[in-house]
Design a protein around this ligand. Structure first.
Ligand SMILES: Nc1ncnc2c1ncn2[C@@H]1O[C@H](COP(=O)(O)OP(=O)(O)O)[C@@H](O)[C@H]1O
Ligand SMILES: [Mg+2]
Length: 409
């Protein structure tokens, strides 16, 4: 019997709805292994780093690609193995001392009852202040050495990129180097938005060999499908292949969009009395996702395309940018826009027709694009990676393109 014609009982529907809100979390990092998809290579690398005395790591990549989720899940694994762990988030105004104070206050340990001493629990911060008044590299060395006699410590320092002070970055790098050289039983993992490792830590030669790089690329299609299928099956739902492909394609490998679209499409199916998600539900999800998107993203879009003229090329040029085939670093050339723009407009266009628009998108319009290189060889990229899938969804929703215009990963 076709499930479409079976009214799903209200209580079952409510339960599924609640499940959908917990398995798909577009705005919160994943913190449970069951809903964490893929990233096996990165998990394995971090694991090796933890067991290799003197090695530390840097996790870096675009905003929204899944760095914090990887850190959280790795931390959970370490905690389950009885290691001491901490995961802190930096503030722009953090000093060296305030950052490490957060780290130490997260590390709890129990004190066994000894003669004259009582059993109880304490934090590494309390221990540090007993030993010394200051939070400096020497204190850190003593604390982690003492902890290391019981178990290894793993420390994740997230959003390290927001720290603007060169002094704090420098001192942190020196501390990592010192902990390495002394073979202290601790692993420090810096996490942040950066294109390469030097964007996060000014890795002078001597520290390079102690720091393992963990780049976070966009998710491959199988990982995206994994998120969709795992989430839906937890909610006792399923999805048509083409609907799953559409979500995977539109997300462009950014898990935020996979979660957002999958959750909205599944809710649309439930509202229609179905437990299987279809193409039409994805269309509903797209328009809802556009309405619910981050203000930073939607306002960047309007800023980029709005014009007083009745007919303006900006929406089409921006859409062509989102469709252009980029290089490994996400950059595309003006020439790469010719084919997609021709498809969108349904007529031949050359660079002179849209060159000025492209230039303005990289200047006064936002700028929503970053421009790099020399005259006649400029390369462009979206400044905010989340804008690209947004533009694709707008293009679909406004009827400027169909799904077949979007290239695979
Ligand atoms: N491996 C994963 N499996 C499932 N969802 C993920 C995974 N990694 C990230 N996400 C989801 O993607 C979004 C962004 O993840 P987050 O870890 O906050 O990224 P970042 O720290 O790089 O900005 C969140 O909604 C999170 O739930
Ligand atoms: Mg993060």
């Amino acid at each position: 019997m076709d499930s479409q014609w079976n009214e799903i009982p209200a209580d079952v529907r409510d339960m599924r709805r609640r499940t959908l809100f917990s398995v798909f979390s577009p705005s919160a990092p994943v913190d449970r292994r069951e809903v964490f998809a893929g990233r096996l290579e990165q998990l394995a690398t971090l694991r090796e780093v933890v067991f290799q005395r003197g090695q530390h790591a840097v996790i870096y990549g675009e905003r929204g690609v899944g760095k914090t989720s990887l850190a959280r899940v790795s931390r959970d694994v370490a905690t389950a193995e009885q290691m001491f762990t901490a995961h802190v988030t930096c503030d722009g105004g953090d000093s060296y001392a305030s950052m490490w104070t957060k780290v130490l206050s997260e590390i709890h340990f129990t004190i066994e009852g000894t003669e004259g001493g009582e059993e109880g629990s304490s934090t590494a911060l309390a221990y540090a202040s007993e030993m010394s008044g200051a939070i400096d590299s020497n204190t850190l060395r003593m604390v982690f050495t003492a902890l290391g006699r019981v178990a290894p410590t793993v420390v994740f320092i997230d959003e390290f990129d927001v720290i603007t002070s060169a002094e704090v970055r420098q001192r942190t790098a020196e501390t990592i180097k010192m902990l390495s050289d002394q073979g202290v039983n601790v692993t420090v993992v810096l996490v942040g938005v950066a294109e390469d490792v030097t964007g996060l830590i000014s890795a002078h030669e001597s520290i390079n060999r102690n720091i393992v790089q963990v780049p976070m690329p966009r998710m491959i299609v199988s990982e995206r499908l994994d998120i969709i299928r795992t989430g839906l099956s937890t909610a006792e739902m399923s999805i048509d292949d083409s609907a799953a492909q559409r979500i995977a394609l539109l997300s462009q490998g950014l898990p935020h969009f996979v979660h957002s679209l999958a959750q909205k499409a599944a809710l649309a199916a439930l509202n229609a009395g179905r437990d299987r998600v279809e193409d039409g539900d994805v269309s509903v999800a797209i328009s809802q996702a556009l309405d619910a998107s981050l203000v930073t993203v939607s306002s960047a879009y309007y800023h980029a395309v709005t014009s007083n003229r009745e007919t303006t090329l900006y929406p089409s040029v921006l859409l062509a940018c989102a469709l252009a085939t980029p290089d490994d670093r996400g950059f595309f050339t003006a020439k790469a826009l010719v084919a997609p723009l021709t498809t969108i407009l349904g007529r031949e266009v050359g660079i002179p027709a849209f060159g000025p628009h492209l230039n303005k998108l990289a200047n006064e319009r936002g700028p929503v694009l970053i421009k790099e290189g020399e005259p006649r060889r400029y390369r462009y990229r979206f400044r905010n990676p989340l804008l690209q899938p947004y533009v694709l969804m707008r293009g679909i929703s406004d009827g400027l393109i169909s799904f077949s215009a979007i290239e695979g990963p």
